[in-house]
Design a protein around this ligand. Structure first.
Ligand SMILES: Cc1cc2nc3c(=O)[nH]c(=O)nc-3n(C[C@H](O)[C@H](O)[C@H](O)COP(=O)(O)O)c2cc1C
Length: 172
């Protein structure tokens, strides 16, 4: 199994390489994979979320044999996120993961920045209106929504690493 990813602002790429290093798996961007891997190769696919869709997933699943798939977005992980992802991306029975990546408003074009700002506006407003009564967590969230930031960490990869370990054990 190898890791294949797509990434626009770098967070999914960071996760792909963190995981590759930790699990000693080779890592390819989707473009590299198309040139260097045989069709039908077993992959774990990681892609960024855009409007709930895992970018590159359709292409990756058509060409390769995914054993699992992971969406990387800016929202905090919650059970509802995984359910929506499964439906939206038609992942069926495949193991599906969600990782919180980051938000880089200065690394995306005007239109995309605007789209995200529209979706996050009401939560931003709510947080702004709280003023001094914001909790430290809410303050962090507000700054993240306005200025961006990263939640990428090796720790977040634990569920994927456990799943990989389980697969390895089953194959022994
Ligand atoms: C146009 C657009 C739509 C997005 N839609 C979602 C979304 O539906 N859910 C989410 O959690 N994050 C969403 N995001 C945030 C990205 O998924 C997030 O920044 C991710 O970490 C980007 O990964 P990358 O750096 O590998 O490109 C969106 C970002 C953009 C620019």
């Amino acid at each position: 199994m190898v890791i294949v990813y797509r990434s626009d602002t770098g967070y999914t790429r960071e996760y792909a390489y963190l995981l590759g290093k930790a699990e000693k798996l080779r890592v390819y961007s989707l473009e590299e994979a198309k040139n260097q891997l045989e069709p039908g190769e077993e992959i774990l696919y990681l892609g960024p979320l855009m409007g709930g869709s895992i970018v590159g997933w359709k292409e990756a699943r058509k060409r390769f044999a995914p054993a699992g798939v992971c969406g990387v977005g800016m929202s905090a992980p919650a059970p509802q996120v995984a359910e929506n992802l499964a439906q939206r991306n038609e992942t069926g029975e495949l193991p599906l993961f969600y990782l919180q990546g980051g938000w880089a408003p200065d690394r995306v074009g005007w239109l995309k920045r605007h789209m995200v700002q529209m979706v996050t506006r009401s939560i931003r407003r709510q947080l702004e209106e709280k003023g001094e009564s914001r909790t430290p967590e809410e303050q962090v969230q507000l700054e993240f929504l306005i200025r961006g930031g990263s939640f990428v960490s090796l720790e977040n990869l634990r569920p994927i690493r456990d799943w990989l370990a389980g697969r390895g054990a089953a194959a022994d």
